[in-house]
Design a protein around this ligand. Structure first.
Ligand code: BES
Ligand code: MN
Ligand code: ZN
Length: 499
């Protein structure tokens, strides 16, 4: 899709379709008024007749409107003008795409940029229109033999800005929107691929592709023998039952000052989580192909940063394994030694995410990070606590937590903080090793984070539990690409703060 910005009157656009907002109840936006005036009251006549109320899901497609240069005008209902928030704006864009897809128009001039969204400026609206358009058009049909192709697919969106003074900023917003949308797209594709295709080896190959595509990215892959030398007994214990070897992927994006400590992102990359010997029940087990969505988000974020050539240093670390039962698989009660030297009693082989993350988090120390953020589909308990709306956030450094909460507000890809108090550590006591890998009844998301906090004492760290937000179940089952938006926003905020 091509996206640009332009300033100019709606009736003068020589284009397939001009999209203008109408508010409830029957209130014309400035661009709708201009077209109304040019067409001698055609729009206000229709509105008076009750053809469109301006409610949120309304739309009305008009052809050959008098004294306009466009083939079509699409009126989009936006609800009450004063009530439009980020979420509503997203819905308005989604509705627009749905109507346009069956309209035959391929090139669109959108005046939805004039919709007042609470506490958001025009750049935010351009960026998020692009994300919404990309998300509405997303399909994962590469594995279907009969593909549904649009006869006249949408090709181009032009966003209206107020005057030439907004063009430069608008173009920057377009670049940001496109980079984030591409990052989300990549994360979704990786997530949606089945476990027999998206294996640890496949993820490693994808990382090598990013290395080739971007000059500023350097990829290294550690094999099991390398990890043995480093003493990563926790990570390796998870892949013992799989016939696929574990990999540890490092993506180094270096475009900042050489001396600037990097932001390290650690993504859980379990390409299929059967539970291992502590086997999961059969219902919805297919969804455990999504247990690598943390890793996918790291790919997406680093790809977005590289496309935007952000002047910053970011390291992505992706421990990737498959968790399977087998004759030599790790058993409940087995004790392993982590890279940090701490011994772990594995009381449940289904609590595997923390086992691969703890060694990756120890490995992160060597990059002398400014902050470390891990992203993981870690606990079903997080879905119980927070549902599918925010990601769970736990951190040993409140300023970092606050930065992430704020990036969540800006992007709409939100997280919510849970306490990481010492009180919970008792739940991880083991009779035979330094710690157990499960915390028993109660606060499963917190005890999982507590477990990880034993490995993050040397730096500022935040943990995002994305079990509830990384994919949708049910009829529209599919990866969401979250939290690529949140993390890219966090990095954009950091870049803006440092310049
Ligand atoms: N990948 C799962 C967490 C998960 C489950 C995410 C369902 C989304 C939906 C993780 O590896 C896991 O199995 N966690 C266990 C931990 C328990 C054994 C302490 C869980 O949440 O049940
Ligand atoms: Mn598990
Ligand atoms: Zn898992």
């Amino acid at each position: 899709m091509e996206y640009t910005v332009k300033s100019g009157n709606p009736e003068k656009q020589r284009i397939g379709c001009v999209v203008v907002p109408v508010y409830a109840s029957r209130k014309l936006s400035p661009s709708a008024k201009i077209i109304d005036k040019a067409s001698n009251g055609y729009i206000s006549n229709l509105v008076r007749r009750g053809e469109i109320e301006g409610d949120l899901d309304n739309a009305l497609l008009l052809h050959n409107v008098e004294n306009t240069l466009c083939d079509r005008v699409l009126l989009i209902g936006c609800g009450k003008e004063k009530d439009i928030d980020a979420k509503t704006f997203y819905k308005i864009n989604t509705n627009m795409v749905k109507r346009l897809q069956s309209s035959g128009a391929t090139e669109i001039a959108s005046y939805l940029t004039e919709v007042p969204v609470k506490r958001k400026d025009i750049n935010w609206k351009i960026q998020h229109s692009i994300e919404a358009i990309d998300q509405s058009l997303y399909q994962f049909n590469q594995l279907k033999s009969a593909k549904k192709e649009e006869r006249r697919p949408l090709r181009k969106f032009i966003f209206s800005v107020n005057g030439r003074g907004q063009l430069m900023q608008g173009e920057q917003a377009v670049r940001q929107g496109m980079a984030i949308a591409a990052g989300i797209h990549l994360a979704k594709d990786l997530g949606n691929l089945p476990g027999n295709m998206c294996t640890p080896e496949y993820l490693a190959a994808q990382a090598m592709i990013l290395d080739r595509q971007h000059k500023a990215i350097k990829t290294t892959i550690l094999e099991e023998k390398d990890m043995e030398k480093l003493g990563m007994g926790a990570l390796l214990s998870v892949s013992r039952g799989s016939s696929l070897p574990a990999k540890l992927i490092t993506l180094e994006y270096k475009a900042g000052d050489k001396k600037q400590p990097p932001i390290v992102l650690v993504g859980k990359g379990v390409t299929f989580d059967s539970g291992g010997i502590s086997l999961k029940p059969g219902a919805a087990m297919d969804e455990m192909k999504y247990d690598m969505c943390g890793a996918a988000s790291v790919f997406g974020v680093i790809n977005a940063c590289a496309e935007l050539q952000l002047p910053i240093n970011i390291i992505g670390i992706i421990p990737t394994v498959e968790n399977m039962p087998d004759g030599i698989a790790t058993k409940p009660g087995d004790i392993v030694t982590s890279m940090s030297g701490q011994t772990i009693e594995i009381l449940n082989t289904d609590a595997e995410g923390r086992l691969i993350l703890c060694d990756a988090l120890t490995y992160a120390e060597r990059f002398e990070p400014d902050v470390v953020i891990d992203i993981a589909t870690l606990t079903g308990a997080c879905i119980v606590a927070l549902g599918a709306h925010p990601a769970g956030l736990l951190s040993n450094h409140n300023p970092l937590a606050n930065d992430l909460l704020s990036a969540g507000q800006t992007s709409g890809d939100r997280c919510w903080q849970l306490p990481l108090w010492d009180d919970y550590h008792d739940q991880l006591k083991s009779n035979f090793a330094d710690i157990a890998n499960i915390g028993g009844k109660g606060a499963g998301t917190i005890t999982a984070a507590c477990f990880l906090s034993n490995f993050t004492k040397k730096y500022h760290w935040a943990h995002l539990d994305i079990a509830g937000v990384a994919w949708k179940s049910g009829d529209d089952k599919g990866a969401t690409g979250r939290p690529v938006d949140l993390l890219t926003q966090y990095i954009l905020d950091r870049v803006a703060g440092e310049s």
